[in-house]
Design a protein around this ligand. Structure first.
Ligand code: PLP
Length: 477
């Protein structure tokens, strides 16, 4: 493909994406395909001779779209938002067009330096403690990871190395393997699955401590677990607190957990994957109270801050710990400016890395702080509106509401809400997923799409009401 054909193909694709976005409400949010559908639509082998881009573009509608769950449909209210905005899409395009690999400063200075600047912009936007920022004069700094899962794992591996070093100094008789076998991590039973997985991948026992009746991990619970483990000769090492749990958007009590972690010299990692974006608005920053105790902090701009995946922002107060854990040198990776700017290869799992800061730069410049705040406030306002609709209907109760998430149920036995959830999913007009709150089955309704309007909330509510009538009808028979 030459550059002229690229211009034509690229422009046609931009039109396609814009049309997709403009007409997304016309598509059912969930697909009707069966497993194996795609195998029937394309050949089993790559074509021998190159095809025309027009034919490929045509096949997007025939082959791909029938199997797409429309995460950006205003009728998508499941999981949590996944960000998508035109500035970020264009940023991705430029990143692919430049196609550099910024594993160290010299490999592409702009790639490293824009990331340093963007992580400072973002940290300031959230009002993170200065110690996390690269511009604070200390060892703090931020880096873009691929996911919150990776961030939790990286913090765990770093905490592990740090603890092994500290412990070995105090107990030179113990081998590194002895120490590693005794390390314990803690999180709540409400933490995202990725936290438990980090324990598996990092070979560290991860205790899922019971959250309280509001799904919050409390200091007393952590303290008791640490005491139990110390008595058994184990070595407490790492704590993951969640700000905005996946199920009910609960906020672990950092003001209780933080001082315990600091006294016990444990690494405190904060997973604010979804809720972190709300901290761009001053009125939601109280949810971060106690963040000063954290060793590392992570949230996903690719969830709620209009930056397309992948873009997970991780800050640490002391980046030297990352370098001590992950630095592996080779002659071909060295350069003469080492130590002046971060060499991000030491701050992550892979060696190579994409120019992801571009899309963050585009979004923050084109929306501005005001535009980003407006986006968050609009979405929370729509969730408040949905909450009001539920509250005003005697058949339902709101179990919990935080930020853009409303958990609700039909009053009475669980089976009624389970049946409602089933009907909604079968009809594919709106998409929600369930969870349990205080042992009751609830439906999670999240305002996800950037395109959602009040009319879309009304549409969802009408769908819920009509299907609830069905549920009561079925319950009678
Ligand atoms: N942490 C929380 C609180 C989440 O809600 C999620 C995803 O929904 C994750 C972590 C995982 O995020 P990622 O897919 O970026 O690993």
């Amino acid at each position: 493909m030459d550059s002229q054909q690229f211009r034509e193909f690229g422009k046609a694709m931009v039109d396609y994406i814009a049309n997709y976005s403009d007409t997304i409400r016309e598509r059912k949010v969930l697909t009707s395909v069966e497993p194996g559908y795609l195998e029937k639509l394309i050949p089993g082998e790559a074509p021998q001779f190159g095809e025309k881009w027009q034919d490929v573009l045509r096949d997007v509608e025939r082959v791909i779209m029938p199997g797409v769950t429309h995460w950006h449909s205003p009728n998508f209210h499941a999981y949590c938002p996944t960000a998508n905005s035109f500035p970020a899409v264009v940023g991705e395009m430029l990143s692919a067009g430049i196609g550099c690999v910024g594993f160290n400063w010299e490999a592409s200075p702009a790639c490293t330096e824009l990331e340093v600047m963007m992580m400072n912009w973002l940290g300031k936007l959230l009002h993170l403690p200065e110690e996390f920022l690269n511009c604070a004069g200390g060892n703090g700094g931020g880096v873009i990871q691929g996911s919150a899962s990776e961030s939790t794992l990286i913090a765990l591996l770093t905490a592990k190395e740090k603890m092994v070093r500290t412990f070995k100094q105090k107990h030179p008789d113990m081998t590194e393997n002895d120490i590693k076998g005794k390390l314990v991590a803690y999180t709540s039973d409400q933490a995202n699955s990725s936290v438990e997985k980090a324990g598996i991948l990092g070979s560290m026992k991860m205790r899922l401590l019971p959250a309280d009746s509001d799904c919050i991990l409390r200091g007393e619970t952590l303290k008791k677990a640490i005491e139990e483990d110390r008595k058994k000769g184990l070595i407490p090492c790492y704590v993951v607190a969640t700000l905005g749990t996946t199920g009910t958007c609960a906020f672990d009590n950092l003001e209780e957990l933080g001082p315990i972690c600091n006294e016990e010299d444990l690494w405190l990692h904060i997973d604010a994957a979804y809720a972190g974006s709300a901290f761009a608005c001053p009125e939601y920053q109280h949810y971060m109270k106690g963040v000063k105790y954290a060793t590392s902090f992570n949230f996903n701009p690719h969830k709620w801050l209009l930056v397309n995946s992948d873009c997970s922002a991780l800050w640490v107060k002391n980046s030297k710990h990352l370098v001590d854990t992950f630095a592996v040198d080779r002659i071909y990776l060295k350069h003469k400016h080492e130590g002046v700017m971060p060499d991000y290869r030491h701050w992550q799992i892979s060696l190579g890395r994409r120019f992801r800061a571009l899309k963050l730069w585009f979004v923050m410049r084109i929306y501005g702080v005001e535009g980003i705040q407006k986006h968050i406030r609009t979405q929370i306002g729509l969730a408040n509106y949905f909450e009001e609709l539920v509250e005003n209907d005697k058949r339902f109760e709101v179990s919990t509401k935080k930020l853009g998430l409303v958990c609700f149920r039909i009053k009475g036995k669980n089976i009624l809400t389970e049946k409602l959830q089933q009907l909604l999913t079968e009809r594919k007009n709106i998409y929600c997923i369930p969870c349990y709150f205080r042992e009751k089955y609830v439906i999670r309704f999240v305002v996800c799409s950037r395109l959602t309007l009040k009319d879309d909330i009304d549409y969802a509510w009408n769908e819920i009401c009509s299907q609830t009538a069905q549920v009561f009808e079925m319950d009678k028979n």
